[in-house]
Write a protein that binds this ligand. Structure first.
Ligand code: HEC
Length: 103
């Protein structure tokens, strides 16, 4: 029998979208700091690529940022990451960047 107590957290997770598990989260944060940081700055405050800090990303939906992360920006050094990370992971990364949680 499914009680309300077990059904509720599942609903919350479904609304927030799939979240990578703990080990994958550390891998993704490592990727952001090292691989993305090589262009966006080790503290993500900009370099060859623009800053990826919350105030800069505030007006940009996580979904649109995930598109940029997955497909890159043709004609600029921003490479596509599709194949290395999934769409859900790209959305998760965008959320972390928007919340300023990558450090
Ligand atoms: C080789 C250099 C390089 C690497 C590596 C790189 N980027 Fe970029 N990125 C850029 C450049 C340059 C731009 C600006 C493109 C443009 O002119 O629109 C950009 C743009 C972006 C944007 C759009 C920002 C905005 O304000 O709209 C996001 C988000 C982003 N990168 C995330 C990432 C993430 C996440 C990674 C790692 C998985 C990454 N980038 C790795 C060079 C890079």
């Amino acid at each position: 029998m499914l009680s309300l107590a077990t059904a509720l957290p599942l609903t919350v997770l479904a609304l927030a979208g799939p979240v990578p598990d703990g080990a994958r989260q550390s891998e993704l944060l490592h990727l952001v700091l090292h691989d993305c940081g090589s262009c966006h700055g080790m503290t993500l405050n900009g370099g060859l690529g623009n800053p990826l800090l919350p105030d800069v990303l505030a007006g940009k939906p996580a979904d649109a940022l995930a598109d940029v992360i997955l497909d890159g920006v043709p004609g600029t050094p921003m490479p596509p990451w599709r194949g290395l990370i999934t769409r859900d992971e790209a959305v998760w990364i965008a959320d972390q960047l928007k919340e300023g949680l990558v450090e």
